[in-house]
Design a protein around this ligand. Structure first.
Ligand SMILES: C[S@@+](CC[C@H](N)C(=O)[O-])C[C@H]1O[C@@H](n2cnc3c(N)ncnc32)[C@H](O)[C@@H]1O
Length: 315
């Protein structure tokens, strides 16, 4: 009934909405709408900060009674299963009705359920006038462990932004070779390693390089961190992420920013830049064009807006 294999649900703050949509354009070639997306592309929910879960659809139908028949036909038998109802945009099913539907599904599966320590979790969802049933893979938030990294930095980017930058840079290709050109303490590198991406880092500040190395080894990740001015890096990368100095506590002049941009432009054809100022002129000056863009307002004590620029080499 549903032609796509996976239904994804999302969770994000209003300030992260543009970033989540930008990430989903690169992961799924489409935007999530009202925190739901259906796709044939399989991605790991925990590799994004915004994907709440993925429903691996087993059966779907416009009609709930037909869905139950379809599930029975599957002959599912699993000890210790659990079923969850995913409430998504447009679903007005009353709570009592939802519980009843979960019971109906429970009776269609062989095995004794276990709601506290399930061996498998199934999901039921009503979206776009279609009932979908399948295996639910949730974001396990294991990446939260990175909060415990030994070294932090006042200029570090947040984990949700770091994860999105990796996904946007890699475009879901685990083989692509990424560079974190101004890696600081390695916040972006940690998320790339967690997701199984290939990444290297570089920073001009030796102390921050040491901190990045220790942060990586604390979680048993292996990745090269070069203590170098970016101009001296000559390897080629499929994409480079540049979290530019913001001029807040890591001071940088316009010349410093131009120097970083010109240097990175020499070693890749694809850039994902984080800045707090307009980069339009500099991006074209180094021979790139803006393929996509979004803003991420920062809340908290220091309020400013980060700009994320996805750029490709012209010609
Ligand atoms: C905004 S911070 C990056 C923070 C990092 N994403 C993190 O989460 O820790 C910018 C970094 O650029 C580095 N940097 C400045 N000029 C550089 C250059 N020419 N080559 C390499 N790194 C440079 C600074 O040392 C600083 O760590």
């Amino acid at each position: 009934m549903r032609s796509s294999q996976y239904l994804y649900t999302f969770r994000y703050e209003i300030t992260e909405s543009e970033l989540c949509k930008l990430e989903s354009r690169y992961l799924f070639h489409q935007e999530e709408k009202n925190k739901v997306l259906v796709s044939d592309i399989k991605t790991e929910p925990s590799n994004s900060a915004f994907i709440k879960g993925r429903l691996n659809i087993i059966s779907s139908s416009h009609d709930f009674a037909t869905l139950i028949l379809e599930i029975k036909k599957e002959g599912i038998c699993h000890e210790g299963f659990k079923i969850e109802y995913l409430v998504v945009d447009g679903d007005t099913t009353a709570y009592s009705d939802r519980l009843e539907k979960l019971m109906d599904i429970g009776y269609s599966i062989e095995g004794i359920p276990d709601y506290y320590k399930p061996t498998i979790t199934y999901g039921l969802c009503y979206f776009d006038n279609i009932w979908s049933f399948g295996i639910l893979i949730k974001n396990n938030f294991e990446w939260f462990k990175h909060k415990q990294k030994p070294y932090s930095y006042s200029n570090s980017i947040s984990m949700p932004i770091a994860k999105a930058l990796v996904n946007i840079a890699a475009k879901a290709d685990k083989k692509s070779k990424l560079l974190d050109a101004c890696c600081g303490v390695g916040t972006i590198m940690l998320e790339a390693c967690f997701a199984g991406n290939h990444i290297e880092g570089c920073d001009i500040n030796w102390k921050l390089c040491e901190n990045a190395r220790e942060n990586l080894s604390y979680f048993n990740y292996t990745a090269n961190v070069y203590h170098s001015d970016i101009i001296d890096i000559h390897m080629r990368y499929d994409a480079a992420i540049i979290d530019l100095p913001y001029n807040l506590s890591s001071r940088a002049t316009d010349q410093d920013i131009a120097h970083i941009m010109e240097s990175v432009a020499e070693i890749t054809d694809r850039l994902v830049i984080v800045s707090t100022s307009d980069m339009t002129n500099l991006i074209s000056k180094v021979g790139f064009r803006i393929a996509d863009h979004c803003s991420v307002p920062k809340s908290g004590k220091t309020k400013f807006t980060r700009q994320i620029w996805v750029c490709e080499r012209i010609g």
